[in-house]
Ligand binder design. Structure first.
Ligand code: PLP
Length: 405
C-alpha cells in the first residue's frame, strides 16, 4: 500500500508555506524536490567522507571513490545496464552533447541525416543543430499527431540510406506522452540505425530497462530523479562506446601523457575528464535507492491515479485546453485557458496561492510551433503529490477564469 502522507514526510520542503499558503509543488517536470535521505547523504559525504576520487591512495580518497563507484553501479542497475556502460554527466544536456561531440561529430558527413520528433526538448535538438550548422548534417523532423502521439512507424518510415541516428524522447516534458521507444529501436536496429533515447522524464515515472528497449544511448538527469542538481549520466551501448572519441580532455580520462602523445583511460572514465560531481552522483545513488525502496511499480501506480484524477477534473473545465491526450500520457498537463490570459499571468496567480507550475515554452519550441502555441502552463506531478493538490489547482484555475474571462 503506497502511503503518500508518509512519503510526503520524507521531503522537508513540502511542509513549508509559500506566499502564506501550503506549498503545492507541481513543477516536478522542471526539477523534483529532495528527500531527507538524499540531503543527509550529501551532508554526510561533505562532513565525513569527502576527498577527490580515483587519485589518492589515502583513506578518504578511497572511501569517496568507493561511494562514487557504488553510486554508478546502483544507477546502472536502475537502468539494467552494466556499470562500465554508464558515463556520469551533469545531466541530460551534457550527456547528449557528449554523444554529439564524441560519437556523431567525427562520423557524420554533410548530407547525413538525424531523425528527431517534433516534441523533443532543446537538449535533444540544439546539439544536433550544431552538427547541421558546422557539418551540413540534415535534421529530419517527424511530427507528433494532434493527440501528441508519436507513431514509431512514421519514425521508421523517415529512415533513408543517409540516416545515421534517431534521437527521440521517451516521455514528452510538455505533453506527457510516453513513446514506444522499444518499437523504434527494433525497427531502427533492423536497418542499422542507432537510437538515442532522452529518458529525462520517463526514468522518473517508470521502470526502465535499456536492454529490453534495445537503445544505443539512454540519457537521464538526476535532479528530476529526486537527486542533486548536477548529477546524471548516460547509458552507452559498448559497441557505440568503442566508436567514440573522448569529449573533454583533462585528468582521469587519460592513461599516459607525454610531450608528444596521450593514451586514453578505459571507458567509462575515458569520457569523464577532471574532478567529477562526486557528491552529486553519490546523492543520486541514494535517490535511486529511495525510489527503488518505494518500488517503481508503486510509484507508477500512484502517479497513474493522479493522472486519471487530474485529467477528469481538468476535462470538467470546458475553458481549459489541455494539450495532448495520448492514451500513454503520464501525469504532465500543459494547458491554456480561454480568454486573453497569458500563461505567465496564470502562473503568477497560482503562485500567490502557493502553487508552483511552469509557464512558457518548456524548452520545446518546435512543438509549440507545431501546436500553434506561444506559451502554456504546465502542472507536472511527482511521487509525493496528492489528489487534494489537484483540487487546489482546479480551485485556483477557477479563480483565474473569474479574473481573466
Ligand atoms: N530532456 C527533457 C525531456 C527534459 O525535460 C529536460 C529538462 O527539463 C532535459 C532534457 C534537460 O535535462 P538537464 O536539466 O539535465 O539538462
Amino acid at each position: 500500500m503506497y502511503d503518500v502522507a508518509q512519503v510526503r514526510g520524507d521531503f522537508p520542503i513540502l511542509s513549508r508555506q509559500v506566499n502564506g499558503k501550503p506549498l503545492v509543488y507541481l513543477d516536478n517536470g522542471a526539477s523534483a524536490q529532495k528527500p531527507q535521505v538524499v540531503i543527509d547523504a550529501v551532508t554526510r559525504a561533505y562532513s565525513h567522507e569527502y576527498a577527490n576520487v580515483h587519485r589518492g591512495l589515502h583513506y578518504l580518497s578511497n572511501l569517496a571513490t568507493d561511494n562514487y563507484e557504488a553510486a554508478r553501479a546502483k544507477i546502472a542497475r536502475f537502468l539494467n545496464a552494466a556499470p562500465d556502460h554508464f558515463v556520469f554527466t551533469t545531466g541530460t544536456t551534457e550527456a547528449i552533447n557528449l554523444v554529439s561531440y564524441a560519437w556523431a561529430a567525427p562520423r557524420l558527413q554533410a548530407g547525413d541525416e538525424i531523425i528527431l520528433s517534433s516534441m523533443e526538448h532543446h537538449a535533444n535538438i540544439v546539439p544536433w543543430h550544431f552538427l547541421r550548422e558546422r557539418q551540413g548534417v540534415i535534421l529530419k523532423w517527424v511530427d507528433v499527431d494532434a493527440n501528441g502521439d508519436l507513431d514509431p512507424e512514421a519514425v521508421l518510415a523517415a529512415i533513408t540510406p543517409r540516416t545515421r541516428l534517431i534521437a527521440v524522447t521517451h516521455m514528452s516534458n510538455v505533453l506527457g506522452t510516453v513513446v514506444d521507444v522499444a518499437a523504434i529501436c527494433r525497427g531502427a536496429q533492423a536497418k542499422g540505425v542507432p537510437v538515442l533515447v532522452d529518458g529525462s522524464q520517463a526514468a522518473v515515472h517508470m521502470a526502465v530497462d535499456v536492454q529490453a528497449i534495445g537503445c544505443d544511448f539512454y540519457a537521464i538527469t538526476g535532479h528530476k530523479l529526486y537527486g542533486p542538481s548536477g548529477s546524471g549520466g548516460i547509458f552507452i551501448h559498448p559497441d557505440r562506446m568503442a566508436e567514440m572519441r573522448p569529449f573533454l580532455g583533462g585528468g582521469d580520462m587519460i592513461r599516459d601523457v607525454t610531450r608528444d602523445a596521450i593514451t586514453w583511460n578505459d571507458p567509462p572514465m575515458k569520457f569523464e575528464a577532471g574532478t567529477p560531481g562526486i557528491v552529486q552522483q553519490i546523492g543520486l545513488g541514494v535517490a535511486i535507492d529511495y525510489m527503488t525502496g518505494l518500488g517503481m511499480a508503486n510509484i507508477a501506480g500512484h502517479e497513474r491515479a493522479l493522472r486519471d484524477y487530474a485529467r477528469a477534473r481538468l476535462e470538467g473545465l470546458n475553458w481549459v485546453q489541455v494539450q495532448g491526450n495520448s492514451a500513454t500520457k503520464g501525469a504532465i498537463f500543459s494547458f491554456t485557458l480561454d480568454g486573453a490570459a497569458h500563461a505567465h499571468d496564470i502562473s503568477t496567480v497560482l503562485d500567490k496561492r502557493g502553487i508552483a507550475v511552469r509557464a512558457g515554452t518548456h524548452c520545446a519550441m518546435p512543438l509549440m510551433q507545431q501546436f500553434g502555441l506561444t506559451a502554456t502552463c504546465r502542472a507536472s506531478f511527482a511521487l509525493y503529490n496528492t489528489v487534494e493538490e489537484v483540487d487546489t489547482l482546479v480551485s485556483a484555475l477557477e479563480l483565474c477564469h473569474d479574473l481573466f474571462a
